[in-house]
Ligand binder design. Structure first.
Ligand SMILES: [Zn+2]
Length: 80
């Protein structure tokens, strides 16, 4: 697991739309964060479907006010 620049626990309790079609609540430890990219985007693993990845973005107002988590895209890992 790559080291994270941001303290992801700040998102605890926030809901996010998942690629599996349902909504999950983010908790560090319960939701695996696979990578954190630029501009507040990060990839999380679905807690119900371990082969489903979701690209999530932190919604910011004026660049400073945190407004929640926004689902951008999903991906299925074609694993066996
Ligand atoms: Zn899911």
């Amino acid at each position: 697991m790559a080291s994270l620049r941001r303290d992801m626990s700040t998102f605890n309790g926030d809901n996010f739309q998942c690629a599996c079609g349902s909504e999950h609540t983010f908790y560090t430890g319960a939701i695996r964060v696979l990578s954190e990219g630029f501009n507040g985007k990060f990839v999380v693993l679905c807690p119900n479907n371990p082969q489903t990845l979701s690209l999530i973005k932190t919604k910011m107002k004026f660049g400073i006010i945190y407004q929640g988590l926004q689902y951008l895209a999903g991906c299925e890992i074609d694993g066996e």
